[in-house]
Unconditional design. Structure first.
Length: 300
């Protein structure tokens, strides 16, 4: 299960596939094999078959894969047709890389530097088979992490006939995430929650992916109220509201607010709580999230 990354949409990509890992042999050296492959800094990478997925929702194509050693590549294209798409700091389409075993809370992405030698590249969607619901294409790009000035070169990328869905999975039927968004009642239809190395990531979304709320905080949190922090804080309490409209994804982190843990049963791995927060994206997309409530199972 992934930790906090740059965009909620990329969080979603890993959430939907994190609960069904299986072992896949990946040889060291040579060319990677599989349906979703690339070369990362000269080292072959291949997504495990059970850890690759794609969605086409709300005018956005998302393709995500995780290798058995927990390295993830996720690509989001703000269109739904075949073509060549440029990724850089100025385009809405983006790609990200993350080592899910790392203690670093941030992803490398194509959007974190205006220097195209550090961040950017292209993704080619060569075919979208609407009969069999698969997507095929190639990619090459550099990803960069602004927090530490490090980057990755991702080349020879291929995704071949990756099955896609047009709605998000429902998750555990006993889970609940509700809130009022800008005064209107909202109920998540697709809920995923899990933990990695002490960090709980909870995402509640509409089935078509057009709205989601993500909460990221320690899975060991005891009952109490915790103010939101910056994502880079040693102990982070992060909330993000994400919406997709007309093919444009806007992920706005909470700038003020809190997460309240009501119960945390570490034996049954079920947590309940409340949340409220506001966003402020330079006045262009301010939102108020109130009356938030969650009850989730965060085991695998």
């Amino acid at each position: 299960m992934k930790k906090a990354i740059v965009y909620t949409l990329l969080v979603l990509g890993c959430c939907w596939i994190s609960s069904c890992k299986k072992e896949t042999s990946i040889e060291n050296g040579g060319s990677p094999t599989g349906n979703f492959t690339a070369v990362i800094n000269g080292v072959p990478w291949s997504a495990a078959t059970s850890l690759e997925q794609a969605t086409i929702t709300q005018g956005i194509i998302n393709i995500t894969g995780v290798s058995t050693d927990n390295q993830e590549i996720s690509i989001s294209i703000t269109d739904t047709v075949a073509g060549v798409y440029v990724l850089n700091a100025r385009t809405p389409s983006l790609a990200a890389y993350e080592n899910l075993d790392s203690s670093n809370l941030y992803a490398y992405s194509t959007s974190q530097s205006s220097d195209t030698t550090k961040a950017g590249g292209t993704v080619t969607i060569s075919a979208i088979d609407t009969v069999h619901k698969t997507v095929t294409g190639t990619f090459v790009f550099n990803v960069y992490q602004a927090t530490d000035g490090q980057g990755k070169s991702i080349t020879s990328g291929i995704f071949n006939q990756i099955p896609y869905t047009t709605s998000l999975p429902a998750g555990d039927p006993t889970d609940t995430v509700t809130a009022a968004i800008d005064g209107s009642d909202w109920v998540a239809q697709s809920i995923q929650a899990s933990e990695l190395e002490g960090t709980l990531t909870l995402v509640g979304a509409l089935a078509n992916g057009s709205q989601s709320i993500a909460l990221i905080f320690p899975d060991y949190a005891t009952p109490g109220t915790y103010p939101l922090t910056s994502p880079g804080a040693t102990t982070s309490y992060v909330a993000v509201y994400d919406q997709v409209a007309n093919g444009v994804n806007t992920a706005d982190p909470g700038t003020a607010g809190s997460i309240t843990v009501l119960t945390n049963n570490t034996a049954s791995m079920r947590m309940t709580g409340t949340f409220q927060f506001t966003t402020n994206n330079l006045g262009t997309s301010d939102h108020s999230i109130t009356n938030g409530y969650f009850s989730v199972y965060y085991g695998q």
